[in-house]
Each structure stands twice: as structure tokens, then as C-alpha cells.
Ligand binder design. Sequence first.
Ligand code: HEM
Length: 126
Amino acid sequence: MTQLFTRKEIEERNHKDNAAIIIDNVVYDVTRFLEDHPGGVEVLLDNAGKDASRCFRDVGHSEDAKLWRSEFKIGEVVKEEQWEIICQETETTQGRDELTLEGLLSVWLPPLAFAAVAVVAYIYLF
Ligand code: HEM
């Protein structure tokens, strides 16, 4: 079950031994990530205890960064205190499990067409 936090509870987690940030209503415990953050410790500590959605989005973090952050997820903000989501997951992280006819066709059509031509050529030649 997802653990829920109030924004007040997160506010207290604002130092290097206990650092949490909120991005798009999801709570991340970044304490053990501080030293590994490619953007530096400072920027994370400055945002510890706060909602860092805007900063995270404005930096233009890569898809890898968005996947990586999920390692640190510890819960979500309680429903009543959720804000508008501003840094949507992109298609590569959000829609990767979706199977669409269009997607299947774009993958399979070229090899199928090639196979059909090869079969016709084989029948014609031999
Ligand atoms: C768990 C959350 C986070 C993860 C996993 C993460 C990961 C990363 C990664 C992998 C990079 C290297 C560039 C890239 O691949 O995009 C990066 C750079 C950076 N990050 Fe984060 N980050 C997080 C949170 C934040 C937050 C909350 C801020 C700002 C408040 C921030 C500010 C920066 C900055 C300023 C850079 C340097 C950008 C540059 O050099 O152009 N990051 N971060």
C-alpha cells in the first residue's frame, strides 16, 4: 500500500541525514542519493522538505533521471494536499506497456512485407 504524507511531515525532512522532496505529489527520500546526484548535493538539499516539481521540470531532466528517481519513492502526498502535476511522465516511461494496433503494425509491417516479397520471388525463381 502507498504510504501517504502531509506536506508538513515532509517539511521536517530537510537536512542531509533525512532529506525528502516532493515531485508531482510523489515523495522521494533522497538522503542516500545526495552524494550521487549529478546536479550536486546543494540543489537537492536546498529543495529538501519542499515541493521540487518546478525545479525538477525546469532542469529538463532526462528520461534516465525520471526512471532513476522512482528508486527513491517512499510514498505520495495525501489527496487533499495534492497539486497540479507539471512534470508529466513522458511517453517512454508512461506508455511503454501499451500495445496499440498502430504500434504493432509499425514494427511488424516492414519485415512482413519483406517476407512476402521473398516468398513470391522464391516461388517465381524456383
Ligand atoms: C530523485 C530525484 C532526482 C533525480 C533521480 C535526479 C537525477 C539527475 C540526473 C541523472 C542528472 C544528470 C542530467 C540528466 O540525466 O538529466 C541531474 C542533473 C541535475 N539535477 Fe537532478 N535529479 C533529481 C532531483 C533534482 C531536483 C529536485 C533538482 C532541483 C531542485 C535537480 C537539479 C538538477 C540540476 C541543476 C542538474 C544539473 C543539470 C545540468 O548540469 O545541466 N535534480 N539530476
